[in-house]
Write a protein of this length. Sequence first.
Length: 370
Amino acid sequence: MTIRRLTRSDLRVGELLAWNVFGENGALLARKGFMPSSDAQADSLVERGYVDDPAVPAPAGASTEPPSVLRLLNHAVAELEPLLHRIAAGGAGVQAELEQVALLVAQAVEIHPEVAAACILHNQRAAPYAVRHCIDTAVVAQIVARAVKRPAAEMQSMTLAALTMNVALLRLQDERGTLSDEEKALVRSHPERGVALLRQAGVTDPLWLDCVQSHHENEDGSGYPRALVGDAIALPAKLVALADRYCARVSDRPYRKPMLPNAALRDILLEARHALDAQLGAVLIRELGIYPVGTFVRLLNGEVGVVSRKGLNSTTPWVQSFIGPRGAPLDVFLQRDTRGDLSSIRDVLSADQVDANIRMDQVWGRTALP
């Protein structure tokens, strides 16, 4: 017997459930024999549910718990950092190891894309920005690529490009915000220098290299280094560019506070009018939601919580409240459906405005164990 994600093919409206369905934290969501009465109810169970399926044998010694997305991404960060420094120093023979890092990212997104997206907001101390940002970008690029059903081989090349896009810029990314003229020139040339370093390291995949070279190109030709326009930019490169810009906006830097996630998405929407692919920008917002998972919010009833998962539409996510209306921490987190009048979202808050230190597993259960 093994625990697996519930899928839409496992249940039909008007038919009895064959298993007990559990949430990420082990809470019972629906008992065996429960009958979903609507597509919305079935979709809600699929979004959150795990089942004990005796038809799927677990390997000897295997854990029956869903793997932790947070652990997978932290492992990816730890593996990526020395590889990037090796490439930057002119080293070779790293492709197989980079492919393993890409696999860790893909596994994390496959297990739970919403928790993977929440890690971008809640796991910013895991590594220096220069390394963590590459993992974050790969996560978002994967989420959007899956939504638009890109081929697996293309997604692999795109993910490897996201992991290595700034290999020629490592020393600058965690430093001050004001750059000298020489440093600005290094920034402008880093896509081409990155490609040269990757070629030196033995990378020959043309799509991987093209994505690295093109991740600062803009739809209107205002980007660099080649001032490409529209369809001259490969779609995987557009995905990396989109993810790169969102993740950079919501990241805490030594010289700049992060943007609120909803404000970052609004910026992306504005940028999509000229610099980014408008259709991909719309998919990003649809997949993350107007209030991305992991966003701190204050509800109309005065409670403070965190967006824990997407709702039935992009403006009404589910929230776990952890501070009561009078400002006292709650002993037990409360799940709120923001479609309700008193539970609707009033404000989006920064981490600095939230007087609480919550762990990811308190909100997302076993899939976010440290």
